[in-house]
Design a protein around this ligand. Structure first.
Ligand code: PEP
Ligand code: MN
Length: 338
């Protein structure tokens, strides 16, 4: 349930409403915007009497929510959420963020070298997987803690916040300590224990859409994280499974305006995993910017032919730079910048 307050409602009146509702054992989430104050209520709202609440002259209207997600909903929080990733702002009208880096961290030297290259090309964050969700148990599984420490060092040297995937609940402390933006990968989008654990972290979460998940399931996954206490969630579309086999997945760009309408959370696009083909990354990146994405996450490798994973979809640093330069032009058209 959402209570929309009248303009100019005094703080004391807001607090009175909150106290009345909390006294009934419900959880209250006020959102005090510049123009509007909204009070979201979570729990069994059937115990509330709408007519009694409406008797308060400072209440404009009461809306019952039909969507199963609450904290994620824009009704609940009308203003865009801007997520701060170690000083880099994501969402709203902030600059579009560019996350670049290899699929897998392959060593201290490799991640440091590629960090320098993506920084020089104009990236704002550094990605690199230390724990890899591989289809085959025989494929490279990632450098694990050594990789986490390697990306932390490269991130500090090149002043680029780090992004890396958390796969297990037992690594939460490790990621809390060493990683700036904690990724939940597509395969774990409905790993509810992991989502709840991510909700207890103080670090922002990058939640990828599952391989075959609907928008509602994806937003419910974000709701898990927020309901557990972490309000800093960035969504990432990375392509979904369709009947098409030409590309690795099918990039669903239509989710950008849908997510913007339904939620207040930032959304970024990963054209690398979406297409599986480096030659398609530029056009999909530009299209994503035009469609209103708050950022891009692109795999970059200086020797993609030797990459330990996903070389076929990785851009070389010079091509990555071209994508950013062209992206700046498109961003201007829609009133943003990179
Ligand atoms: C990744 O970003 O490294 C990754 C494995 O992506 P996804 O979870 O989208 O497949
Ligand atoms: Mn990859």
């Amino acid at each position: 349930m959402i209570i929309t307050c009248k303009k100019g409602i005094p703080e004391t009146e807001i607090n009175k409403i909150i106290q009345t509702i909390e006294a009934k054992g419900l959880s209250v989430h006020p959102s005090k915007g510049e123009h509007l104050t909204i009070i979201g209520i979570i729990g069994d709202t059937t115990i509330l009497d709408e007519k009694t609440l409406e008797a308060n002259h400072y209440i404009d209207k009461i809306t019952k929510l039909s969507a199963p997600y609450k904290q994620v909903s824009r009704d609940f929080h009308p203003e865009d959420t801007i997520v701060d990733v170690a000083g880099i702002k994501v969402g709203g009208k902030e600059n579009i963020v560019i996350i670049g880096g290899p699929c897998s961290i392959e060593g201290i030297e490799q991640i440091d070298r590629i960090a320098g290259q993506v920084k020089e090309a104009g990236a704002t964050m550094l990605r690199g997987g230390a724990y890899k969700p591989r289809t085959s148990p025989y494929a490279f599984q990632g450098m694990q803690l050594e990789g986490v420490l390697a990306i932390e060092a490269a991130s500090q040297t090149h002043k680029l916040p780090s992004v890396s995937e958390l796969m297990d609940v037992d690594k939460v402390e490790e990621f809390e300590k060493h990683i700036d933006l904690v990724q939940i990968g597509a395969r774990n989008m409905q790993n509810f224990s992991l989502l709840k654990a991510a909700g207890t972290m103080t670090k922002p979460i990058l939640l990828k859409r599952g391989l075959s998940n609907t928008i509602e399931e994806w937003l419910m996954a974000a709701e898990y994280i927020m309901a557990s206490g972490n309000k800093n969630v960035i969504l990432c579309e990375r392509g979904i499974r369709t009947f098409e086999t030409y590309t690795r997945n099918t990039l669903d760009l239509s989710v950008i305006p849908i997510v913007k309408k339904k939620t207040h959370l930032p959304i970024i696009i990963d054209p690398s995993h979406a297409t599986g083909d480096w030659e398609l990354v530029e056009s999909m990146s530009l299209a994503a910017i035009a469609a209103g994405a708050d950022g891009l996450m692109i795999e970059v490798h200086d020797t993609p032919e030797c990459a330990w994973s996903d070389g076929a979809q990785s851009l070389k640093p010079d091509t990555f730079k071209v994508v950013i330069e062209k992206g700046k032009v498109i961003a201007k058209v829609i009133g943003r910048d990179i």
